[in-house]
Design a protein. Structure first.
Length: 208
């Protein structure tokens, strides 16, 4: 099955600019004294470079070695720094409990069956401090289906494209009602559609 390592090997950075809302998110982080951030599924490093240049302590994990290779080179070119770790998000994160002040994940977390997605969200809750912030974006079925990638449903709300650049990669499409259930360790303080019509979630880790 092809994956993001193949995509990065063929296309390079793929994403070269930060998410359009990241400036606002960085402002929220600064206002709330966030220092240590995890970019879950950091890819080739667009947000690692962005947050490093704003003097946050930034970590990135990704399952694609080629993506991390590109990210490392990009960081060097920008005189930026980040801790990069090769790791799959459906496995226990290599961090202790309550390690991060904030976690971002842009167009990443949905790439799995729901059981694995829930495990990843639970790991996010484990390694983030109570009161810590999340910013997560995921696609919607309606917007994604317009690309005509011939989606095949393999479980409720989870589809695998049969065509296109993400052929063979699972996509779980969260419903609005499902998000508070999956993210039950967080208070969802904002949920909206971003400029690319992905669903964006801003949340805060509950105290217990």
């Amino acid at each position: 099955m092809p994956g993001w390592n193949d995509i990065f090997s063929k296309k390079g950075k793929v994403f070269s600019t930060p998410h359009p809302d990241m400036e606002r998110i960085a402002g929220i982080f600064l206002e709330n004294k966030v220092k240590r951030i995890l970019d879950l599924g950091c890819g080739t490093g667009r947000h690692l470079v962005y947050f490093s240049k704003k003097n946050f302590v930034i970590y990135g994990i990704d399952a694609a070695p080629r993506g991390l290779e590109i990210a490392r080179k990009w960081l060097e070119e920008e005189s930026a720094c980040a801790e990069l770790i090769h790791h799959r998000m459906e496995e226990q994160f290599p961090f202790e409990d309550n390690f991060f002040d904030a976690i971002i994940s842009v167009q990443v977390l949905h790439h799995n069956l729901l059981k694995q997605v829930q495990f990843t969200v639970d790991e996010v809750a484990r390694v983030i401090k109570p009161g810590g912030y999340i910013f997560i974006t995921v696609p919607t079925f309606k917007a994604f289906n317009r690309m005509n990638w011939k989606l095949k449903e393999v479980e409720p709300n989870t589809h695998i494209p049969q065509e296109g650049p993400e052929k063979g990669l699972p996509h779980h499409f969260f419903t609005k009602e499902e998000i508070p259930i999956v993210f039950n360790a967080f208070n969802i303080i904002e949920m909206y559609f971003d400029a690319t019509y992905h669903r964006a979630i801003i949340g805060v880790r509950k105290d217990s």
